[in-house]
Design a protein around this ligand. Structure first.
Ligand code: ADP
Ligand code: MG
Length: 341
């Protein structure tokens, strides 16, 4: 006879962690999104060995009150929604309440946090889902939050085997940091890999400065600024002249309400708009920011929130196609000879 057992909490958390935390870059993504949701305007990300031995993220956001610290690590614990209706019109990057419990299930985590309302900060340590500090301890700390995450998958060796080399994992995190910087020009990001400074944005809200810092002169000198409007939202940003097109889609960046996503509709609209300007099998450079009415979006499609659904797909296609097309038509699509910022 087969017996059926109900899994214990620790096992459930480890299984759930598999959906959210695939590799060190997932940890960085979740913790930086939390920092942004907390209203930070400066976020520092430090990694060692591709993030496999250490990911440290420091923000200057609102912090977590001592009474809330333990709760934050419980599954489905979130301060961002309280009921299902809140899922529509969501403005935060997080809402599933799964990141901290997942990270704590498969790593060794130390949290130090302080809110504006408290005189001192608190420290809390949780490893493999087990509390090492049964109660958060008082500690002096600046306002904001620091997560120190060590030894990802230390208690799930099979998953650890799927990690790539530290260089490759660091590369994933570097790509992610660039996208995060592009997605929030109003936040100053610092990324340090094995004690080396890799990225530093000013947080002055100037998207072109960030593009310059990441992609350099040639691309920045060949951008066209775009602006489009629809009843459901606006589209702003930069597109590359066809001369700086690439052999793959990696340079097609677009963000919806500050969230990096992939969307076949948006990609198709961009590529259709470029059709007569571009050689086959070339893809344009774009950095597009959409500000859309939240109640027309469903972001709750996948745990990593990389995909979303639009209620007006036709309208989305038209907004992108027309905005990009209008920017390209009637322009001299030759490279700028005046290379500069
Ligand atoms: P979610 O982001 O979906 O709410 P998480 O598990 O990522 O779930 O975080 C749980 C809660 O912990 C958040 O809702 C938030 O209240 C709090 N929190 C996490 N990180 C931070 C941070 N850097 N600053 C302030 N609060 C935080
Ligand atoms: Mg979160």
């Amino acid at each position: 006879m087969k017996t059926i057992s109900v899994l214990d909490k620790n096992t459930i958390d480890k299984i759930a962690a598999g959906e959210v935390i695939e590799r060190p870059s997932s940890i960085v993504k979740e913790l930086v999104e939390n920092a942004i949701d907390a209203g930070s305007n400066a976020v520092t990300v430090e990694i060692k060995d591709g993030g496999t031995t250490l990911v440290r993220i420091t923000d200057n956001g609102e912090g977590i009150a001592p009474s809330e610290v333990k709760k934050a690590f419980m599954r489905h614990a979130t301060s961002k929604i309280t009921k299902a209706e809140d899922l529509f019109g969501i403005t935060s990057l997080g809402f599933r309440g799964e990141a901290l419990s997942s990270i704590a299930a498969v790593c060794q985590v130390e949290l130090i946090t302080k809110t504006a309302g408290e005189l001192t900060g608190v420290r809390y340590v949780i490893e493999g889902g087990e509390e090492k500090t049964p109660e958060p301890e008082e500690i002096g700390a600046p306002e904001g939050t620091t997560f120190k995450v060590r030894n990802v998958f230390y208690n799930t060796p099979v998953r650890r085997k799927f990690l790539k080399s530290p260089q490759t994992e660091a590369g994933y995190i570097n790509d992610l940091m660039e996208r995060l910087a592009l997605s929030h020009p109003e936040v100053s990001f610092k990324f340090i890999n094995n004690n080396q400074n890799r990225l530093h944005t000013s947080g002055n809200s100037n998207l072109k400065d960030i593009i310059y810092g990441i992609y350099g002169r040639e691309i920045t000198a060949n951008l066209v600024e775009v602006h489009g409007e629809a009843p459901f939202g606006t589209l702003t940003g930069y597109i590359g002249k066809p001369i700086i097109s690439r052999g793959n889609r990696n340079y097609e960046n677009y963000f919806i309400n500050g969230r990096y996503i992939r969307s076949s509709i948006i990609s198709k609209a961009i590529e259709d708009a470029y059709k007569n300007f571009m050689m086959q099998h070339k893809y344009p450079f774009t950095v597009l920011h959409f500000q859309l009415d939240g109640d027309l979006l469903d972001v709750n499609v996948h745990p990593t929130k990389m995909e979303l659904r639009f209620s007006d797909q036709e309208g989305m296609y038209r907004l992108v196609y027309e905005t990009v097309r209008n920017a390209l038509v009637g322009r001299e699509m030759i490279p700028d000879v005046h290379v500069g910022k």
